[in-house]
Design a protein around this ligand. Structure first.
Ligand code: G3H
Ligand code: 13P
Ligand code: NA
Ligand code: ZN
Length: 323
């Protein structure tokens, strides 16, 4: 069956790698995630946002995730699979997901005043732990759009708050803000420098803050949201086949590789998958305009996604071979 994240984070911490948390909304994404993680023998966290829950229906999602466990076995290797609520915004939503068989939830009170964040998070933890469901909390606010909440600037996590937060709430992991953000536009070109190949290089993440956090809560699992790298190849392909993405910039993979070696035990990736799928769908529809069987474009999209996810577990997060 599905597992919670406790054991996975413990091993990731000891082994110096991070578990991938990939968002899914449909069957092709789920198939790509599972087949990539089985093939590379990586544990995986399947993430469902509240938007995904609305899009796909929670009953279907529940059975899809349970089906994924069977699918992995059928593919020949039973990897640990977590079903996690991404950015839960209320106690009721978390409770409902727990009733629906999720093995892990995030309660995101990061935009609330500190004491309200503590109270809400603790309420979810007290409920979830009765069912052995693990809980992720968040301190600090990422710039950009986080579901319905939009922030102009980063509010970096204050390391002085982390001991109090984790001890008062009892959370199992903590998402922090060190300069990542959601979506495909993480940095403005004017913030970047240009390397010898003419590519934009964004300012580095605040590893100094991460180190401060690690010092105060040693061995405690840290989560990195907004960790897509926005591969330029996908952006170029999308634009070549009629798309209009401009100035899309992500977190360089080298920095994620470094983060994965630290107390960061979970790395969230959604946008890169969206780009991979869109690039493949555009390529087929543009080059084979007479095609109208969805399998003819969703199939290649699924293949491209699988390639991307295998690359993440093998070359970025280091979770390959750990299942
Ligand atoms: O945190 C954002 C995730 O990428 C999920 O996005 O709310 O559009 O499903 P979504
Ligand atoms: P990206 O938009 O960088 O993929 O981040 C995804 C995320 O943090 C989901 O919670
Ligand atoms: Na790690
Ligand atoms: Zn997120």
């Amino acid at each position: 069956g599905l597992v919670n994240s406790r054991e996975l984070f413990k091993k990731a911490m000891e082994g110096g790698y991070a578990i991938p948390a990939f968002n899914f909304n449909n069957m092709e994404q789920l198939q790509a995630i599972i087949s990539a993680c089985v093939e590379t023998k990586s544990p995986v966290i399947l993430q469902v946002s509240s938007g995904a829950r609305k899009y796909a229906n929670q009953t279907l999602l529940r059975y899809m995730a349970q089906g994924a466990v069977e699918f992995a076995k059928e593919l020949g290797y039973p990897i640990p699979i977590v079903l996690h609520l991404d950015h839960g915004d209320s106690f009721e939503l978390c409770k409902s997901c727990i009733e629906f068989g999720f093995s892990s939830v995030m309660i995101d009170g990061s935009h609330l005043p500190y004491d309200e964040n503590v109270a809400l998070t603790k309420k979810v933890v007290d409920y979830a732990h009765q069912f052995d469901v693990t809980v992720e909390g968040e301190l600090g606010v990422l710039a950009g759009i986080e579901d319905d909440v939009k922030a102009e600037h980063h509010t970096y996590t204050d390391p002085a708050q982390v001991v109090d937060f984790v001890s008062r709430t009892g959370v199992d992991s903590l998402a922090i803000s060190i300069g990542t953000s959601h979506g495909a536009y993480k940095f403005k070109p004017e913030q970047c420098t240009i390397d010898e190949n003419g590519r934009l290089v964004p300012p580095p993440l605040r590893f100094d803050i991460l180190k401060e956090v690690e010092k105060r809560i040693p061995g405690f699992p840290i989560v990195l949201h907004g960790a897509s790298s926005v591969p330029q190849e996908y952006v170029d392909e999308i634009n070549r086949y009629g798309g209009k993405l401009k100035d899309s910039i992500g977190v360089p993979e080298e920095q994620l590789r470094e983060a994965a070696k630290s107390a960061v035990c979970k790395i969230n990736i959604d946008s890169d998958g969206r780009l991979a799928m869109t690039a493949a769908v555009r390529r087929v529809l543009w080059t084979q305009p007479a095609e109208f069987d969805p399998r003819k474009y969703l199939g290649p999209a699924r293949d491209e996604l699988k390639k991307l996810y295998m690359h993440k577990t093998q070359n970025v997060l280091g979770s390959a071979g750990k299942a």
